[in-house]
Design a protein around this ligand. Structure first.
Ligand SMILES: [Zn+2]
Ligand SMILES: [Zn+2]
Length: 341
């Protein structure tokens, strides 16, 4: 589908996924993802939702409308289980809490990022520009790339969570036996939720049916986000899911097979990176410019460009942890193949 056609095509319908469980697509402004799925668990006490959407009037209206199609309302929501702090998942949680008194839950590793990311990002932006210099971004691009994520801030109501879910916790959702699974990588505190009676994996952005989630190296991402992500993929693949309920695209069958595809994708990325270094390309920026993307490098700009170089760098970091390459730290850092001898 072309970008234009995608933009015009309608959102998927509100659907009853299983008895007592609904999916509600909530629109995301100016994003090729177009919508995030909010999953709604019915209970005797009222609905509990997984993820919320961006903080816009359109999103709030779509969520409210979807909840009424599911026979309930936004003012009855009891809990908001947020998979991670990206704006399309967490941005609207505060407004839902305001309308309903629901609790909002996050993993502690994502909750910890809120002040620096959303309240006062001054210090974080300084660290981002330092990272960009380390990755070899050209001087004239540093300022623009440093500020590339600022336009999304209005779409986030930076509320503090009322509840924290650690790995293995069972969220209080009456009549359902959910388990929170900590799956760091796409975000340091990303959570999936396992629903055992229907054998459903609510996968957030961790496992999507077609696109590979961005795993960026970033000051808030930990030292080896791609290594974390690959371990988190192995973790979810141990669950024998009948169906996967992701936050974007569409529901799908075949969790273990999709995990294998994602792992194979990153292995081929590792090979690309190693070949580039062997060819004498040694900074993260130059390696990113040579990697294959869905469009030409010179047509990738702004936040997408920063995400791409962050993605190249996360591969470099994972290869360094594996002992394959070595970073000669500097501005920019240069990468070299570790001599096996
Ligand atoms: Zn995300
Ligand atoms: Zn998302």
């Amino acid at each position: 589908m072309s970008a234009a056609a995608r933009h015009l095509s309608p959102l998927p319908p509100v659907e009853r996924v299983r008895p007592g469980l609904w999916s509600v697509p909530v629109p995301i402004p100016s994003s090729s993802l177009r919508y995030v799925f909010v999953y709604v668990f019915e209970t005797d006490a009222g609905p509990y939702i997984v993820d919320a959407g961006w903080n816009t009037d359109d999103a709030f209206a779509a969520l409210s409308d979807g909840l009424s199609q599911a026979g309930t309302s936004v003012s009855d929501v009891q809990g908001v289980l947020v998979t991670h702090i990206h704006p399309d998942h967490y941005g609207l949680a505060g407004r839902v809490r305001e309308a309903s008194g629901a609790w909002v839950a996050l993993h502690p590793a994502d909750a910890a990022l809120i002040p620096d990311r959303y309240d006062d990002p001054t210090d974080l932006l300084v660290r981002v520009s330092g990272y960009l210099r380390r990755m070899g971004a050209p001087a004239e691009e540093i300022e623009g790339l440093t500020n590339a994520s600022m336009p999304v801030r209005p779409y986030v109501d930076a509320v503090r969570p009322d509840v924290l879910f650690d790995d293995g916790d069972h969220p209080r959702v009456p009549g359902w036996d959910l388990t929170a699974l900590w799956t760091p990588g796409h975000s340091p505190g990303h959570l999936c939720f396992w629903e055992p009676s229907n054998r459903l994996m609510l996968s957030g952005d961790h496992v999507l049916p077609r696109i590979t989630p961005n795993i960026p190296f970033h000051p808030q991402a930990g030292s080896n986000p791609l290594g974390d992500f690959l371990e988190s993929l192995d973790r979810v693949a141990t669950f024998d899911a009948d169906e996967v309920l992701p936050a974007h695209e569409h529901r799908f069958v075949g969790l273990a097979g999709r995990v294998d595809e994602l792992k194979a994708h990153h292995e081929s990325r590792f090979a690309e990176v190693i070949t580039a270094i062997e060819d004498g390309i040694t900074t993260a920026w130059d390696i990113a410019a040579r990697m294959r993307w869905s469009r030409q490098w010179d047509r990738i700009d702004g936040f997408m460009r920063r995400a791409a170089v962050g993605e190249a760098m996360s591969h470099l970091r994972a290869l360094e942890v594996r002992g394959v390459i070595h970073e000669v730290v500097g501005e920019p850092s240069r990468f070299e193949i570790v001599d096996p001898a």
